[in-house]
Write a protein that binds this ligand. Structure first.
Ligand SMILES: [Zn+2]
Length: 228
């Protein structure tokens, strides 16, 4: 079974197809992560799996409505799992010495991820804070949103995503403290299982001064709530 999104002639076109597809895939990943991906996904394998999934539930994979779905899902995975192809630390590689000595926080960063236990989405907001190190090393604000995105775009768990964001910040910026809070709704809890629509799961990782110094922590929490 062959599923190729691009029409091609046998012979010369055959040799051309793979690199072209890979370049398109890389472009999609670059677009959503802002960094150069390390490799690409096996689109043929993804498409074959989706086709098999349709067969397994008694759908006709050649039915007009879904005939293009396997190839479409393969391309879509370049975006929703793009984080697997890049290192979150690379996202934060641009740093500035700003001699900034106060808390930097970005609140309400929206994200979409995919629960690795059920392969359905969990979606929510992340709040990320750090206290720069003595040399005042900071990163661009857009990079904070980007690192959340990269940590989310993979099959994962909310708990691991939360620590992954904190790890990346620690490694890239060596800050005096890091706080990451993630609030999310899990479709695996809403569509199936205990069926609790609206329930939010909150996870947090608190490190460095935010953990040791109650005053700094409470300042960060106040900023995080933003409503006091
Ligand atoms: Zn789940």
């Amino acid at each position: 079974m062959t599923v190729h999104p691009l029409p091609h002639a046998p012979g010369e076109g055959e040799q051309h197809l793979e690199p072209l597809m890979h370049e398109e895939a890389r472009t999609r990943v670059r677009h959503v992560t802002g960094v150069e991906p390390q490799g690409t996904f096996d689109h043929d394998k993804i498409a074959a799996a989706v086709r098999m999934l349709f067969e397994a539930i008694g759908e006709d994979p050649d039915r007009p409505g879904i005939a293009d779905t396997p190839a479409r899902v393969a391309r879509e995975y370049d975006e929703i799992f793009a984080g697997l192809l890049v290192d979150p630390v690379d996202v934060l590689s641009v740093t500035f010495e700003e001699a900034y000595d106060e808390i930097v926080m970005m609140r309400d960063i929206p994200f979409h991820s995919m629960c690795e236990h059920h392969l359905v989405p969990f979606t929510g907001r992340a709040h990320v804070a750090y206290l720069p190190n003595e040399s005042g090393q900071v990163t661009g604000l857009s990079k904070l949103a980007r690192v959340v995105d990269v940590c989310a775009k993979r099959p994962g768990l909310q708990e691991r995503m939360t620590t992954m964001i904190a790890d990346a910040l620690e490694e890239a910026l060596a800050p005096r403290g890091v706080m990451v809070v993630v609030e999310a709704r899990h479709l695996c809890m809403e569509m199936r299982g205990i069926r609790k629509p609206g329930a939010e799961t909150v996870t947090s990782t608190v490190r460095g001064v935010f953990r040791k110094d109650p005053a700094t922590r409470s300042e960060a929490l106040t900023l995080l709530r933003g409503r006091t």
